[in-house]
Design a protein. Structure first.
Length: 258
């Protein structure tokens, strides 16, 4: 019988043998990790494990000293966050980067405003931005009073949802989130959890950094554990538990990779 070759799709994003050092200290040491389409990968580890540096490399804030990144199996270089965004990788930082005294629509288009006309004579297309913002927010089922509502008057969960919605609107294929449910109440955290679930249904690949293992197990489909700059394990969330992850973070478990 003739052998069949089974083709598998390349991961939407991958890092290959990536390293980054500061003054001789390896913050990220030879890390290779794939992010399949539609997956929700939580990156965990103690302070100094290399999580923040890896995320900065994935978002274009830093460039690796060695190794490379791939999108859809093709080598890419994120020279800046703008380059990463242009290739479909958006980041929602913990501070959310929202303008409190501007409304929801203005925040959705901040830095990428729509205009009538061309060049220096262009006029902001406010009505169109509000219409587009309304559609984007409705599509994600985010509950807010109005797209004309000032962001400073929204709850923490609503603000988080606006920041996520902005990233998704601008064509995000990969969404990186830093502590997406930090400082949120139980009800608001639940709504953000629902939103992350809806993004997964849309096949948006998500990468989450969190110190809260309860959040990690609630949100993720897989958990990547870093320690002292190295990736030491990748576990399917459904096939592990809190105790195993805690032991792995502490270096007390084997570096088995799923």
């Amino acid at each position: 019988m003739e052998a069949r070759v089974v083709e598998t799709a390349a991961p939407i994003l991958a890092v290959r043998n990536v390293s980054k050092s500061y003054g001789g200290v390896a913050a990220v040491n030879d890390v290779s990790l794939e992010f399949p389409q539609g997956s929700v990968t939580a990156i965990v580890g103690d302070n100094g494990a290399g999580k923040s540096t890896l995320i900065k490399i994935l978002s274009g804030v830093l460039q690796p000293d060695s190794g490379h990144l791939e999108i859809d199996g093709h080598l890419v270089r994120f020279a800046s966050p703008h380059t990463a965004r242009a290739l479909g990788v958006e980041t929602v930082h913990q501070d959310l980067a929202l303008a409190d005294h501007r409304d929801v629509a203005e925040n959705l288009f901040m830095g990428r405003e729509l205009e009538h006309g061309i060049g220096p004579l262009g006029i902001l297309a406010k009505r169109r931005m509000r219409t587009e913002a309304g559609r984007a927010i409705a599509d994600l089922q985010v509950r807010i009073p109005s797209v004309r509502h000032e962001v400073r008057k929204l709850s923490g969960g609503q603000r988080q949802a606006i920041a996520i919605g902005r990233a998704v609107y601008w064509g995000s294929r990969v969404l990186i989130m830093d502590e997406p449910m930090a400082a949120l109440g139980l009800q608001e955290a639940g709504r953000v959890q629902e939103l992350i679930g809806r993004l997964r249904e849309k096949a948006i690949t998500q990468i989450i950094v969190s110190h809260n293992l309860d959040h990690v197990f609630t949100l993720s489909t897989r958990i990547a554990v870093m320690r002292l700059g190295r990736l030491i394990a990748v576990k399917e969330t459904a096939n592990t538990n809190h105790e195993e992850i805690v032991r792995t973070v502490a270096g007390l478990a084997g570096a088995a990779t799923a």
